[in-house]
Structures are given as C-alpha cells and as structure tokens.
Design a protein around this ligand. Structure first.
Ligand code: MN
Length: 248
C-alpha cells in the first residue's frame, strides 16, 4: 500500500523582511524538524506553501491523504473579528486565510487534520473560535508559555481529558509538554472539545468529537520525538489517513 501523502503548511517571510536570511525576498520556509518528524514515519511529506488563489483548494485537498498544520507566525486577529493589538510579533494574514479555507475543505472532504501550535489555533479560528492575541498581556495569572530566550523551549504539565481521542492516543492523564507560544485559544469554537489544558487554564489541546481525525495540540511533538506520546500522535494521525484513503 502506498504511504499516505501528507501536506504540511509553511511559514512565510514578508517581502519587507529584514532578517538576514530573507534579504528582502519573500520566502516560504519550514523548520526542518517537521520534515524529520514526518519522514521518521511511513508517509510521503509534501510542502504546501501559502497560495493566494484559493480556487484549487478543493482539488488540492482531494489529492492528499492528510493535512498537517504547522506552527509559525501569529494568526491574523482580523480572521476572528478583532483588531490586531500592536506589538513585536509577526503576523501572517495570507497564511491565515489560506489555512482557513484548507481546514474547511478538509473537513468537508473528511480528510484527517493535525494541528501543531499555530495549527491548533487555526483549527479553532476556522471553526469560529477566537484567540488570546498575547497571553502575557491579556490573560492575567497565566504562566510563561514561551521562553524569553526563544527558540529555547519551556516546559509545563498538561492535563489530558479522559474520554478524548488524545487520551486514547497517549494513554496518560497528564503529560509534560514543551511550550513555545504567546497566543492560545480563548473562545472555543462551538463544535470543538478541549482535550488538554495547562494548570493556569490555558488550552493546550482540542479535537472534533466523532469519526473524523481533527486534532490539535498547542505543544510541539515534532521537537520532542524522544517522547512516546509524540510518536503515538503522529502514528494515530497517519493511521486515520491510511484508513480514509482506503475508504475512497
Ligand atoms: Mn503552553
């Protein structure tokens, strides 16, 4: 049987990016850890850059077996009807609108969806939820979810909800997860369920109840593949992708 074809979304530097590697060019890029994570399992990873023309999204989704929504720059707050709070953060509106369409079409075609960090937030936004634009300034009492020395990761416990798909996958009631985010889910989309949260109440995992694999985690399993839960998450996602492509 052919390994499942898994598209993963990408980060984008704006044309005016002053970071040395960009040199003013508009670039699509991805942290190689996502590629290593996928190629460590039985699947065919495929990079999917942000497309500005959304007309072929249905054909695109029809051609893949699963979609991995990766981490990256901030989700554009306008997508959930808020003014952007000015700050130091990079925001990616084209990617936000592209991913919203990808997610809706993937749901429509019952293709498995796995969201990591920003990807978890995107599933919530695409289904009508909202985000804390900046945990530190908007959610009083919340712990540090991102090291000031980013990209160094900080770690915290996450409680896993009994009866959830996530719980069935990791087989644990609590996990120590890494944390590298300054945004998080605020208002949960009506169809979604919370599957994990930090001690401060910040949402760390969500899923869509039912048959379809639609699951998001706020942490980065791709950078902690020494942990069995990270491997189990990817394997469960890929198992759903294989099942789904067999049923076609
Ligand atoms: Mn966290």
């Amino acid at each position: 049987m052919k390994p499942p074809l898994i598209a993963f979304t990408m980060d984008q530097s704006p044309a005016a990016d002053v970071r040395p590697f960009a040199r003013g060019r508009e670039l699509y890029f991805i942290n190689a850890v996502y590629v290593r994570y996928l190629e460590g399992a039985d699947c065919l990873p495929m990079a999917l850059p942000t497309l500005l023309d959304h007309s072929r999204i249905p054909s695109l989704i029809a051609g893949i077996d699963g979609l991995l929504l990766t981490g990256g720059d901030d989700v554009y707050a306008g997508a959930y009807g808020e003014e952007v709070i000015p700050g130091q953060w990079r925001i990616d509106p084209p990617r936000t609108f592209f991913e919203i369409e990808l997610i809706r079409e993937a749901l429509h075609q019952h293709k498995p969806l796995f969201g990591i960090c920003r990807g978890c937030q995107m599933i919530n936004v695409a289904l009508g939820g909202s985000l804390w634009q900046d945990i530190a300034s908007q959610a009083p009492g919340a712990r540090q979810h991102r090291s000031p020395e980013s990209p160094i990761l900080t770690y915290h416990p996450a409680a896993i909800a009994a009866g959830s798909r996530l719980h069935a996958i990791v087989g644990r009631e609590s996990l120590t997860v890494n944390s590298s985010h300054h945004q998080a889910i605020r208002k949960l989309a009506p169809q979604l369920q919370i599957t994990a949260h930090a001690e401060d109440g910040i949402i760390e995992g969500i899923e869509l109840p039912g048959e379809d694999f639609v699951l998001g985690v706020q942490w980065h399993p791709e950078t902690m593949d020494e942990m069995s839960s990270s491997r189990a998450l990817l394997e469960a996602f890929l198992a759903s992708c294989r099942e789904r492509s067999l049923a076609r």
